[in-house]
Ligand binder design. Structure first.
Ligand code: NAG
Ligand code: NAG
Length: 210
């Protein structure tokens, strides 16, 4: 009986591990030239942000009428609306030019130590290897976007994103794509402690009080 239960336990443990491995395939996490892949994703996101139509109307959330027939609710500036965020990130990895990036092997003669991603001219990505790389960077893009999503949205609402800083946020601050994980963790902790010590609002990049 004991032996039987033990067997059962081992089997359960095995199944559990198998599920974990199936849910989090290591491959999706690893990409050659990770930092440069992140920079590629950020560059496209930056471009989408910079190309936005800045003259959008406020979002009218005053959907209801009070007893005097007056509309009530909020009028939300488009710049800090959820709609703006969604328009920016929805299907971004698929419909932006992220899938046009291709992997270039490190050129040892130029002292390059890492493979890196470069943007191929539109419509030139052909062939099996190229398609594989296309899928790779798109999958990577989806993973990074998912990872930074919440904080990125907050930055947008706080109007912290500008014409140049998407890469700094995405690859260095929100996710350790271009810095070592240990360094990133430490900085993140410092930032958090800075926030805890004071009560005011902070520029998360400089930690200067606003
Ligand atoms: C590559 O590095 C070596 C040794 O550090 C140096 O002598 C050489 O000039 C470098 N080559 C280039 C193209 O930068
Ligand atoms: C964008 O924001 C960064 C901080 O995140 C700042 O250092 C930089 O000067 C800003 N650039 C512009 C063009 O406002």
């Amino acid at each position: 009986m004991v032996a039987h239960r033990r067997h059962h336990f081992l089997l359960e443990t095995f199944c559990f591990c198998a599920i974990i491995v199936a849910l989090f395939p290591e491959k999706a996490y690893a990409i050659a030239g990770k930092c440069s892949a992140c920079k590629a994703v950020s560059a496209e996101l930056q471009e989408a942000l910079n190309k936005e139509n800045k003259q959008r109307n406020h979002i009218d959330m005053r959907g209801r009428l009070d007893s005097k027939g007056q509309r009530y609710g909020k009028l939300i500036p488009y710049s800090v609306s959820e709609q703006r965020y969604l328009e920016l990130v929805e299907d971004f990895c698929e419909t932006s030019r992220v899938p046009d990036y291709q992997l270039s092997k490190a050129d040892l003669s130029r002292n390059e130590t890492e493979d890196s991603w470069y943007k191929a001219p539109k419509g030139t990505v052909r062939g099996a290897q190229a398609k594989t790389e296309q899928r790779e960077i798109q999958t990577y893009c989806e993973r990074v976007m998912e990872e930074v999503e919440e904080e990125l949205q907050t930055l947008l609402y706080e109007e912290k994103l500008n014409e140049t800083n998407v890469e700094q946020y995405v690859c260095y601050e929100l996710s350790p794509q271009c810095v070592s994980k240990a360094e990133w963790k430490k900085k993140k902790k410092d930032r958090k402690e800075g926030m805890d010590r004071h009560t005011g609002k902070y520029d998360t990049a400089t930690m200067k009080e606003l």
